[in-house]
Write a protein that binds this ligand. Structure first.
Ligand SMILES: Nc1ncnc2c1ncn2[C@@H]1O[C@H](COP(=O)(O)OP(=O)(O)OP(=O)(O)O)[C@@H](O)[C@H]1O
Ligand SMILES: [Mg+2]
Length: 292
């Protein structure tokens, strides 16, 4: 029996039948929906191990999730299964993967590769300057705070809802400033570019732009990522869903997305409603008794 075979048998033994079915499923889109704590991340990590055992090069696998903590856990679980080879998997949060990609292509978007990343406080400082540039005496008029402006602009960019509409929906008492805020938005964009700085939203937006505006880049990465896996898919926003969708459209739709039961169907705020990149294929049952 070859080493590879032993490896796969071990994976199978440590999963219940439903988990194993998802882990060992053939190519094509997969949507795995199951309850909290039912072993969803286990499916994602074991599938990555399974694919590597099947001979897929780790650097051709993209595995994304939402929080740093979840990303670290995912990567260390894969490493525990397959060893140091796991480090070659492209894994992490959407923002981390976007950043890694953009470092190589920022020049196409007018940035230098050593761009800095603005944290929330930096963003507020930038926005305060843009508001001042608009000639708004912040201390004298009832104008949204830089923190609120940051939130409004960010929400607008992540959902595609224009700034005036965001104000109308969530902050109608500031609606009179809609035009000024749109100008602040433009100034903020210019300021970031001339400071060679991106905020967190830019890591997603510019990643998406890169894929949309530069077909050679989307072809390259669409083909490179032979397998895409997304954990906590219910937390995907529109931008992230579009990135995943675009990449998956180039790799023959080899994508597995994993989501927690109820929230996947109650879209709210900036969350995406689309799960069109996948078709239902698995639910997870009770844990196997043979494991651990
Ligand atoms: N078949 C199994 N055998 C043994 N342990 C399992 C099995 N499936 C899951 N577990 C364990 O149960 C715990 C929860 O699993 P996991 O984190 O994969 O669930 P999850 O659905 O991703 O949870 P969450 O909803 O919190 O993201 C982990 O410690 C995992 O190792
Ligand atoms: Mg999980």
């Amino acid at each position: 029996m070859s080493l590879r075979r032993i490896h796969i048998d071990r994976l199978r033994r440590e999963l219940n039948p439903q988990q194993w079915a998802a882990v060992s499923a053939g190519p094509g889109p997969k949507l795995v929906i199951a309850g909290a704590g039912s072993g969803k991340t286990r499916v994602v990590t074991y599938r990555v191990a399974y694919l590597i055992a099947q001979g897929v090069d780790p650097s051709n696998i993209l595995m994304v999730t939402f929080t740093n903590k979840a990303a670290r856990e995912m990567l260390s679980r894969v490493e525990a299964l397959v060893g140091p080879e796991a480090r070659r998997v492209w894994g992490g949060t959407f923002h981390a993967v976007g950043n890694r990609l953009l470092r190589g292509y920022a020049h196409l978007l007018g940035y230098r590769p050593n761009y800095t990343i603005l944290d929330e406080e930096d963003q507020r400082d930038f926005i305060r300057l843009c508001i001042t540039d608009e000639g708004i005496p912040l201390k004298e008029v009832r104008f949204p705070s830089p923190a609120l402006v940051r939130d409004v602009l960010s929400f607008s960019r992540n959902t595609g809802i224009p700034v005036p509409e965001v104000l109308e929906r969530y902050h109608p008492y500031f609606l009179e400033w809609a035009e000024v805020l749109e100008r602040v938005e433009g100034r903020y964009r210019d300021r970031k570019l001339s400071a060679n700085a991106m905020d967190y939203d830019d890591l997603l937006l510019n990643w998406l732009r890169l894929l949309r505006e530069f077909p050679e880049v989307s072809e390259l990465y669409g083909r490179k990522f032979e397998h895409i896996l997304v954990d906590e898919y219910q937390d995907t926003n529109l931008l992230q869903a579009e990135i995943v969708e675009l990449l998956a459209s180039k790799n023959g739709r080899n994508i597995m997305v994993v989501a927690t039961t109820p929230r996947a169907y109650t879209p709210s705020g900036g969350r995406a409603t689309r799960t069109s990149s996948a078709s239902p294929s698995a639910t997870l049952g009770p844990r196997s008794s043979s494991s651990r």
